[in-house]
Design a protein around this ligand. Structure first.
Ligand code: SAJ
Length: 424
């Protein structure tokens, strides 16, 4: 199958690198987004997201003349849906973006086209939600056009490399659709391409992130036990991980981002009566910011009026993504308890968070504080020298929620350091 033109719907963390990768491999790509601000930003040669290496890739794609940024869907040989799947307050998936993306393809769908859904979705979304919308054309999925599900599986911070190198699963609604998907992605994917059916591919994606979530929940529970029992969980984990079949993940302030903290709910949604473990792990991780807040209260005493500087708000190290971030939740919990907080997020210094005061430098977030919290293990924070920090802040209490700071050194520099998972 020949793909002269590919239309990618959604110019976000996945759609933009994907569209650019096709474009730099000689395919004419229509990169489409409904948000006019994103369109303007991209057309002006700027980026609306931070991802290492993305700027160079997008520029190369634009300069090649192959990547066209549009606000409307255009006719193409293949359409890739890479839009967000948020969730409602009751944790059910909100498929409205997927549905409207599919609807916007309808007027352009032609015999022999391929449509691929990349957005993480509950099992059976491709067959039960997307296919019926596309079939409003009168064309039949699997007979007149190809339809497949191929989840993105890249790690934020490593997207550009992983997009090319990771194994890719392509689940067709029939074998020909999967093969058509393979022909498309092998244009730039160097990792193994594994073909299966659409619902299996949906399950694969959700199982991967659920495995991670359940394992992090376990690590977080270990850290709670350690705090109570007077054990250093980090030492215990490093010893346990020397066992050849044990790989305990890292405890932390909670699980954020738009993947691991969301996807397990899609499995619970599909069968709530048989998924108690997945649900409980989600609840443990969702509760972790509260656990950290209570620990802080225990360590620092009365929080009302306390001036606290917060280092990091992103959902994980070295990214600018604040979605579902446990750090943000901890910030609000401290604020609700009456603490006078200020936060510094170097990857998004001007983030718009209601009522949350952000400062734009390390100096500002340290100045005049009573206590400092390390909430995200951004490289620049991990490398902080406590002797330099001691000169920039009157605070002598620090709380390290990610075990990035060497306790002995911070103590020597005059700080009382409290670390998540280290019981006293
Ligand atoms: N976290 C911990 N402890 C750990 C590892 C992570 O507390 O040991 C926390 C992080 O700080 C963060 C959250 O978990 O708040 C999720 O971070 P992550 O690095 O585990 O994953 P994401 O959300 O950035 O990306 C995941 C990846 N999935 C897996 O590794 C199985 C990625 O490959 C997926 O493409 C992505 O979800 C996605 O889009 O679904």
């Amino acid at each position: 199958m020949i793909f002269n033109t590919v239309c990618v719907l959604g110019m976000g963390y996945i759609g933009l690198p994907l569209a650019s990768s096709f474009a730099t491999h000689g395919v004419r790509v229509v990169g489409m987004d409904v948000n006019p601000q994103i369109i303007n930003t991209l057309r002006n040669g700027a980026l609306h997201i931070h991802e290492p290496g993305l700027r160079a890739l997008v520029q190369e794609a634009l300069q090649s003349g192959n990547l066209l940024i549009r606000q409307e869907v255009e006719a193409a040989d293949a359409f890739i849906i890479a839009v967000p799947t948020p969730f409602y307050a009751d944790k059910r998936a909100d498929l409205s973006f997927v549905q409207s993306a599919a609807e916007s393809i309808v007027p352009h769908l032609r015999q022999g086209n391929l449509v691929v859904l990349e957005s993480t979705s509950p099992p059976q979304t491709t067959t039960h939600v997307v296919a019926p919308i596309l079939e409003r054309t009168g064309l039949k999925a699997g007979k007149d056009f190809f339809l497949a599900y191929s989840p993105e599986r890249v790690l934020p911070g490593q997207i550009i490399r992983e997009l090319v190198e990771n194994a890719r699963v392509i689940g067709g609604i029939d074998p020909q659709s999967a093969q058509s998907g393979q022909a498309l992605y092998q244009i730039f994917v160097r990792g193994e391409i594994v073909l299966t059916d659409a619902t299996t591919a949906e399950m694969v994606k959700l199982m991967e992130n659920t495995t991670r979530d359940v394992n992090i929940a376990l690590a977080n529970e270990f850290s709670r036990l350690a705090n109570r029992l007077g054990v250093d969980v980090w030492e215990a984990i490093s010893i346990a991980n020397r066992h050849p079949r044990v790989k305990i993940l890292r405890p932390g302030p909670g699980v954020g981002g738009h993947c691991v903290s969301v996807d397990p709910w899609f499995l619970v949604e599909s069968a709530p009566d048989i998924t108690p473990l997945i649900r409980t792990a989600r609840q443990v991780n969702d509760n972790q910011p509260h656990f950290v807040f209570e620990l802080a209260r225990h360590w620092l005493g009365e929080l009302k009026g306390l001036k606290i500087g917060l280092l990091g708000l992103a959902f994980k190290p070295d990214v600018d993504d604040l979605r579902e971030s446990p750090a943000v939740e901890i910030a609000y919990l401290l604020q609700q308890a009456g603490a006078a907080i200020e936060a510094f997020e170097p990857f998004k210094p001007d983030a718009d968070l209601p009522r949350l005061p952000l400062v734009s430098s390390l100096e500002c977030v340290l100045a005049g504080k009573d206590a400092i919290f390390l909430l995200v293990a951004h490289t620049q924070f991990c490398q902080l020298d406590p002797f330099v920090v001691a000169k920039l802040t009157p605070a002598r209490q620090v709380i390290d929620t990610v075990n990035a700071w060497e306790r002995a050194r911070w103590s020597t520099a005059g700080f009382k350091i409290h670390t998540l998972g280290v019981g006293q």
